[in-house]
Design a protein around this ligand. Structure first.
Ligand SMILES: Cc1cc2nc3c(=O)[nH]c(=O)nc-3n(C[C@H](O)[C@H](O)[C@H](O)COP(=O)(O)OP(=O)(O)OC[C@H]3O[C@@H](n4cnc5c(N)ncnc54)[C@H](O)[C@@H]3O)c2cc1C
Length: 438
């Protein structure tokens, strides 16, 4: 069972006593309180960067200064376009087991703390596995386990694969932005919009690295975290050791006319486009109904911290992935028309509420899963680059695993070891070991 004690309720009072000598050296120069703080630059404003910044700032209150550098907008890539599905035990028996279980609990803790059900659509779900055969001519299964809105003629008998105790969801973009907004507003985190161009090891200067931005400015850092999703290995510091590739996946977001009719059921489909054809495995995630206050974090705070009311009550449908190279600019990622058309067809096969013409179109989009060569995330200090850390490659579980990744990395950076979960299975050094380096 992972130890979450440091980040739960009473930790605010005990954290200073629990903290041990920081492993990242404090800034050597300057006077005053700010100059004595450990400067951590977190590169990338996706869910992994946001979680890392949040836990660094809460755990290191008073002794850390955290700056997030994001190229475009917070959660503009996969972290804004994911499903937001969370599962307690679906990674059991894999190297992700402890990370996923700790993260599932941290999501519940964060939701209690940040009013997640109101601010980012956190809720428990029942999760069904559902075979769907297009144009099968079969009638609806009539199973009482099938909610009334799943009225597509092609939907067959479901199987319950998750309960409200074991499965949940967040709106991933709102989660990421809310968490980072809380870190900015309550814990002094700074956000810079800038394009990280280089990370030069700078130990001879007495600190870890110079983070160079494309506009020519430099952020000196006592510790650096690279959380750039599928763009992480564009930096030579990383690509010399391992690769993070991108798997492009598509999604659509629909707003059904009677959103209150859509129950809290996540669907994992096995969809056959025709009888006997190879099945696809799209996923359907209804989101809660209502108006959520949305915080937009675009550029330095507080000037552009804006609150807007955001109506959800949407249904998100994703699937249809393929290998591809992400464009340099995350904002340029576009969906392919045949994949988007297939998702609309699948939506209509599941429910009349989701048929083209009945539902309002909210989004047609694509994004990239960040993947390592061995399928496991890479979290830890980069070999040969003291106080330079990486957190990337979370593939299809980054929204789930963001919180424990951030919490464990904060412990590693500030205490020299993580207690939330062991990061050993995710060490970047494993790629060197496989190549025969010790
Ligand atoms: C279709 C789909 C559905 C998914 N559904 C789920 C789900 O239901 N549950 C789940 O747990 N996971 C899900 N995932 C996986 C999850 O979305 C990812 O694992 C996670 O978002 C990765 O987060 P990240 O912060 O590592 O990367 P990203 O979200 O890609 O963030 C990286 C950030 O770095 C920024 N950046 C890039 N280059 C630079 C630069 N040079 N300088 C500064 N900033 C830069 C980018 O703009 C971006 O904001 C899904 C993914 C996809 C594609």
């Amino acid at each position: 069972m992972p130890s979450l004690s440091w980040c739960c309720g009473p930790f605010r009072h005990s954290i200073a006593a629990m903290a041990t000598k920081p492993s990242a050296a404090p800034s050597p120069s300057g006077a005053g309180d700010e100059a004595r703080r450990i400067r951590v630059v977190v590169c990338g404003g996706g869910v992994i960067g946001a979680c890392t910044a949040y836990f660094l700032a809460t755990k290191g209150a008073g002794r850390v200064s955290v700056t997030v550098v994001e190229k475009s907008a917070i959660a503009c890539a996969a972290s804004g376009k994911a499903g937001g599905f969370l599962a307690l035990d679906w990674c059991d028996g894999t190297p992700l087991e402890d990370l996923a279980r700790a993260s599932f609990r941290l999501h519940r803790y964060l939701s209690d703390l940040l009013d997640g059900s109101q601010t980012y659509g956190y809720r428990s779900l029942t999760t069904l596995s559902l075979p769907v055969v297009a144009a099968s001519g079969a009638g609806r299964s009539g199973s009482s386990a099938l909610p009334a809105w799943i009225d597509g003629a092609a939907a067959a008998r479901p199987r319950t694969i998750g309960t409200p105790e074991t499965t949940a969801q967040v709106h991933p973009q709102l989660f990421t932005r809310t968490l980072l907004s809380a870190a900015v507003a309550n814990h002094g985190v700074k956000v810079i919009i800038g394009d990280v161009h280089s990370v030069e090891i700078a130990t001879k200067k007495g600190y870890a690295a110079d983070v160079g931005l494309r506009d020519g400015t430099v952020q000196p850092a006592d510790a650096v975290v690279l959380a750039l999703g599928p763009w992480t290995s564009r930096l030579p510091l990383v690509s010399s050791i391992f690769n993070i590739s991108g798997l492009k996946a598509h999604s659509i977001v629909l707003r059904p006319p009677e959103s209150a009719a859509i129950t809290a059921h996540a669907l994992f489909l096995s969809y056959q486009p025709a009888p006997g054809a190879k099945a696809m495995d799209p996923e359907v995630f209804p989101r809660p109904t209502g108006n959520l206050p949305v915080i937009f974090l675009k550029s330095p705070i507080p000037e552009t911290l804006m609150m807007e009311s955001f109506e959800i009550g949407e249904v998100y449908i994703c699937g249809l992935s393929k290998e591809a190279t992400p464009p340099d600019d995350p904002e340029e990622i576009a969906g392919e028309s045949d994949s988007i058309a297939m998702l609309h067809k699948i939506a209509g096969a599941v429910s009349s509420h989701l048929k083209t013409g009945a539902a309002e179109l909210v989004a047609e989009q694509a994004c990239f899963l960040p993947c390592t060569d061995d399928g496991q995330p890479v979290i830890g200090e980069i070999p040969g680059a003291k106080n330079c850390y990486v957190a990337a490659g979370h593939s299809c579980w980054g929204i789930l695993n963001g919180p424990a990744t951030g919490a464990a990395l904060a412990e590693l950076i500030l205490d020299g070891r993580s207690t939330t979960v062991s990061l050993e299975p995710f060490s970047p050094a494993r790629f060197l070991r496989r190549r025969g380096f010790s």
